[in-house]
Every structure is written in structure tokens, then in C-alpha cells.
Design a protein around this ligand. Sequence first.
Ligand SMILES: C[S@@+](CC[C@H](N)C(=O)[O-])C[C@H]1O[C@@H](n2cnc3c(N)ncnc32)[C@H](O)[C@@H]1O
Length: 315
Amino acid sequence: MDVMLREFGRYVDDHNRTDAFARAIAEIVRPDDVVVDVGTGFGLLALLAARQGAARVYAIEQGPYLELARAIAQDNGLANRIVWVPGNSASVVIPEQADVVISETLGQLALEEYTVEYLFDARQRLAKPDSRMLPQELRLSLQPVEVTSLRSHWQTTYGPAWTDVAGFDLRRLRQAVLANEALPYVVHDITERDRLLGPGVEVARFRLGVDTSSRFLRKVSCPVETAGMVDGLLATFDVELSPSVTLSTHPSAPRTHWRQVVFPIVPARLVSPGDVVDFELGFHGNAGWSSVLAQPTSTGADPGTRGAEGSGSGA
Ligand SMILES: C[S@@+](CC[C@H](N)C(=O)[O-])C[C@H]1O[C@@H](n2cnc3c(N)ncnc32)[C@H](O)[C@@H]1O
């Protein structure tokens, strides 16, 4: 089974994603523009740009989807404006410089497909120096969240059983396991059963076509405004597609197929208004994500437990 092909089916169901890109392309692409679409997949953004009046769209795709994309373009009467370019964008050449670079190569938490690196390269090599970018900016945010459904899952794995193993108290082993284990982030639908315990704090920001690298390692202090149990840090991204269109994976925005990502805090930490959750988040390319929770510095910490330290790797 081709996993990416299955993903394409999910993209089609994600009307908010399609609508946002359609509106942004209508705003950014002008008649007779030459456009590059990095990672065209089944060709959706190329079709939108061609319909918008682009003279030519160079649709670049590294996967085996271009025959399908070409047939779809023919079905929709737009094949004559699209040039299909097989290969990775970093290794292809095209015969002219583009006016606009468009792309949707956003991973589960935006960065995993190296969209920052590839869009910088595409703009440098395949487009005019004053070319327009779509997307333009990407911002990642974190905020403390209470998710009881995830807590019960993590408690089953790391919870009470450790206090009575053949009558022995093995909580010390649990601490060692948690400090050692790579706890990957969890993809989760935040619902009304979950509670956001504080405001979002920006942890990273990238200008597409300008910034060269997605790698970062940053400490962030997330304030708590509502008492509760912090089960993790909710990680969301906002991607500014054009001056008037921003697509967001935050639960307050219309739902997208990306849903939400939670970096787990195990065991959950009891917090009160005025507390701060100190966290260090990093993206390290092929090595994935790292997430480390600092020790609590204020009262209100769950007595008898320590903050989990974990490094997660991306989806
Ligand atoms: C998230 S999918 C989105 C497909 C399409 N852009 C859309 O919006 O429906 C990303 C696609 O980009 C391709 N891709 C990612 N990075 C690429 C690159 N640097 N060069 C060529 N293809 C790339 C992947 O193979 C995949 O088909």
C-alpha cells in the first residue's frame, strides 16, 4: 500500500486546507505568471494556479504520482498549462525562472518534510529574486493542556502497577524509564473534554524562501492561567499562505487533517494559575523532535512525582 496515496484521500476530505490554498492562490498568482509547485502530489495546487491564469506551472514531485496528476489535469482541461517535473526539487532544473513558488509540503508538525530547506533552495535556484512565496511564514506554538483520555493511557503504561510489582515499590525504576524513554508526540483531536490551561506561546518562526534551516532548540516558558493537570504541551502551527489567508491547526480554528499534536508530560503535573511550565523543544532533522520538561519551580507540583523527561521523534 502507498501511504502517501492514502494521505491524498485525507487531503481531499480536508476542505479547510483546500479552501485556504484556493483563496491564497487567487490572491498571490497573477495572470501569465510562471509558477513552481514544490511537491505537487496529485497536482491540486498546480491545478489551482493554472485555473488562476498562470502561463505555466512547473509541478515538481519526487513520488510516483505524476501520471495520475497528469490524467487529472487532462480530466479538468488544464493539462496544457502544466509541465510535470519528476524528482526532488533540490535536484531538478527548469528552463525559466518562476514568478511564484507555491507548496504544501507540511508534515504532521509542519517541519518534517523539510519545507523550510526545500523552499529556500527552490526560491534561490528556480525563481526570480523578487519572486512571491506561498506559504510565506510558519509559526509553531505550545500551550499547557489537560487531556484526561491521554492521561489514562499513559497511567496504564507508567502508573500504579509500578508501586506493587510482586509487592515491591518500583517507582524509582519508573522514573529511570521515563527519563530514558523517547516519548513521541501524540496526534490527538482536542475536543471540549480537554482543557487549555494557558495561552499559546510561540516557540519558532520561519520565513519561507528566506530562512535556510528548520533546525532549532529553544526553551519556552508556558504560563498557566487555569488550575488543572497538565498532561502535555499542545503544539500547533499557523502557516501564513498570503497576506489575508492563514491556515491554523489550533483547536479554535476550523479542523484540518493535521489535527493536533501533544508532547506528553508523564506523570501529569498539578498546576495553579501563576505557575509556569518550562519546556525545551527542538527539531533536529532526521533525528526528529526533542522535548524536555524542566523541574517545577513553584508550589503546586504534584507531590511525590517528578516531571517526565522525554524526547519525542516526529510522526
Ligand atoms: C503533503 S503532500 C501534499 C501534496 C500536494 N502539494 C497537495 O497539496 O495536495 C507533499 C508531497 O510533496 C512531495 N514532496 C515533498 N518534498 C518534496 C520535494 N522537495 N521535491 C519533490 N517532491 C516533494 C511528497 O512526495 C508528497 O507527494
